[in-house]
Write a protein that binds this ligand. Structure first.
Ligand code: C2O
Ligand code: CU
Length: 611
């Protein structure tokens, strides 16, 4: 085999090593799915912080804010090109990526309340793309949702403009905004679904690097910064964590050769685009906005010393900071944070009295795209080694504590709910369905009325799969969760709810503005791509039918598509080999739920996955 790619398969009896020179010295089969052909030496490179996107001269935008100009400030214009680039994810190895402005992560867009942002995204690639501003409350044509709706893809060589008003939810009559709904931590990423093959390529495009942060501040949040409660920009660090798989030449591997691909898992953690970096910090409090930007991998964050103080979940600040916990079906662990793909944790870490070295670790094993094993390995895999400055703590550090009021929260009460819908997420015939159906851009699966809060029952249909479910356009509030505890940080607003095996979430959501098509989907990007996604259209009251609370609504079970066509040709290294799931049944007998503490498991020796 020319590549000499070291690949082996842990989960599938049929799998076996297919490399010329298999080296298992650093490898325990039960802990690792696929092994990269180059293993980085951890903690060599400094973690970069993505550059901030710079404004360009105004152009005449081909998009609309869908609100009167009079309520908005002077727009800020940006131009970002999706293109190929080189990145040293592995120290000393150039890897080709595709990225916004050719970088991974892409430039951070910083926006302010009521000052609209207009971004012209160019596609200089040979694959189609579309950009979704995840967590954003924006007009449907600028949402980048199910990109096939009204032909909104960005074809190679062309561009599309996106209008982001940077408003919280507002009353459509008065434009009075609801401060409780104003966002903080969004991220923008590709969301392409290709009509020619009737299939998404979002997984490929995000994995190859098309992801960046979009941070928004309103007066409330800016005031917390200005009054020295929350850290200033210099100490407010967005951090995207993605798992990657490399061949022996340092090329990223992404291969969907068989269409039963459960979700790509890599064994190298790229943190702001560097494998297991170090980050030098002062003796003070920092704000980190951790984003799990992986395709399929769940991570569970833990600190070697000290505690997390969580101030925000997904897009929104909490009403007050909480000490986070991490719950799965086997229990609840203190001072850890579990992040499914797309989840964010906005946290304060206090290094003022920390030892010289502090590790941010991932303690969760995850070896098959179907779900994490719930096997906790301590101390875990080092994601970042913080190197803390010598000397005394800084003076006049920020004052944030569990007593600090942050963003108000208005719970949607049960008596406001007029419509209840039910959605079952389930693997079916080797792909992924919602209520037994694959995504169809031409089919409207729900038609919520603007201004009328709804309850959605989100049900994991079983088979041992985990599905992080993301709803576009607005926050949802989890009111109950079957099968596991609800962590304190998840009891307010989220945009992506984890449905672990057998979990059933009852959520409430109020769509208030921006009519038209949006989507809900699994954020395991392989599941989204094939094709666990629905289109819902927010409609005006006069257009909606009389909703009935007792009625569970969804389009009648339609025909099941069993013959998804192959992916468009996309250039990647490979091959991945057997074991991506071909021939698996929809059910899964593998148990989880162990905690392992290994003496040999130090952060220095761990590379990639579990020790
Ligand atoms: Cu982050 Cu519809 O996606
Ligand atoms: Cu899923």
């Amino acid at each position: 085999m020319a590549l000499g790619l070291l690949i082996t398969i842990s989960m599938f009896a049929a799998g076996s090593a297919i490399a010329d020179e298999a080296d298992f010295s650093n490898f325990r089969e039960e802990d690792i799915g696929l092994v990269s052909g180059i293993q980085p030496k951890p903690f060599t490179a400094e973690m970069p912080v993505a550059q901030v996107a710079q404004q360009v001269a105004p152009f005449s935008p081909q998009c609309s804010m869908e609100v009167p100009d009079s309520i908005l400030g002077t727009p800020e214009f940006f131009e970002i090109r999706m293109k190929r680039g080189k990145s040293q994810i592995l120290p000393g190895v150039d890897t080709e990526i595709i990225g916004f402005d050719g970088t991974f992560p892409g430039p951070t867009i910083k926006a302010r309340a009521n000052i609209p942002t207009i971004v012209r995204f160019w596609n200089d690639l040979d694959v189609v793309t579309i950009v979704h501003n995840h967590g954003g409350h924006q007009p449907a044509p600028s949402d980048g949702a199910a990109s096939v709706i009204e032909g909104r893809l960005i074809r190679p060589g062309s561009f599309r403009d996106f209008c982001y008003p940077n408003l919280g939810d507002f009353d459509p009559a008065t434009f009075q905004q609801d401060v409780a709904e104003f966002p903080s931590t969004q991220w923008y990423h590709d969301h392409a679904h290709v009509p020619e093959v009737d299939k998404g390529i979002t997984g490929h495009n995000v994995y190859m690097g098309l992801a960046g942060f979009y941070l928004v501040k309103d007066a409330l949040e800016q005031n917390l910064v200005d009054s020295n409660v929350l850290p200033k920009d210099e100490y407010d660090i967005p951090v995207v964590i993605q798992d990657k798989l490399f061949d022996t030449n340092g090329r990223l591997i992404f291969d969907e050769a068989d269409n039963q691909f459960n979700g790509l898992l890599g064994d190298v953690f790229a943190v702001n685009g560097k494998a297991q970096p170090v980050f030098h910090v002062e003796r003070r409090k920092y704000r980190f906005r951790f984003l799990n930007g992986s395709t399929a991998r769940f991570i569970q964050l833990a600190l070697s010393h000290g505690k997390f103080l969580q101030i925000g979940t997904d897009t929104w600040l909490l009403p007050h900071p909480v000490e986070p916990t991490a719950s799965d079906n086997d229990g609840t662990r203190p001072n850890e944070i579990r992040l499914a793909p797309a989840n964010r944790a906005d946290v304060i870490i206090d290094f003022s009295t920390a030892p010289r070295e502090v590790f941010l670790n991932n303690v969760l094993t995850h070896t098959t795209g179907r779900r994490p094993e719930n096997k906790i390995v301590l101390p875990g895999v080092g994601l970042i080694k913080f190197i803390v400055a010598d000397g005394p703590p800084v003076e006049n550090d920020v004052t944030v504590s569990t007593a600090t009021p942050l963003r108000p929260h208005n719970a949607i009460s049960a008596d406001l709910i007029k419509t209840v819908r039910e959605f079952v997420f389930k693997r079916n015939k080797g792909h992924w369905t919602v209520n037994g159906q694959f995504f169809d851009h031409g089919r409207i699966d729900a038609d919520p009325i603007a201004g009328e809060p709804e309850q959605w029952n989100l049900i994991n249909g079983g088979g041992g799969w985990a599905h992080p479910i993301h709803i576009h356009d607005d926050a949802h509030q989890i009111v109950s969760m079957k099968g596991r505890n609800l962590d304190p940080q998840d009891r307010f607003k989220v945009d992506t709810v984890r449905l672990e095996s057998g979990n059933e979430a009852v959520i409430r959501i109020a769509f208030r503005n921006f009519l038209g098509p949006f989507v809900m989907h699994c954020h395991n990007l392989e599941h989204e791509d094939m094709a666990m996604m629905i289109r819902f259209d927010i409609v005006e009251k006069s257009l909606g039918g009389e909703a009935d609370a007792s009625e569970v609504q969804f389009g009648a079970p339609g025909e099941k598509r069993t013959d998804l066509p192959p992916l468009l040709p996309i250039t990647t290294a490979g091959p991945l080999g057997p074991g991506s799931g071909l021939g698996e049944s929809d059910a899964d007998p593998t148990p989880g739920g162990q905690v392992i503490t290994g003496e040999e498991a130090t952060q220095e020796t761990i590379q990639g996955l579990a020790p």
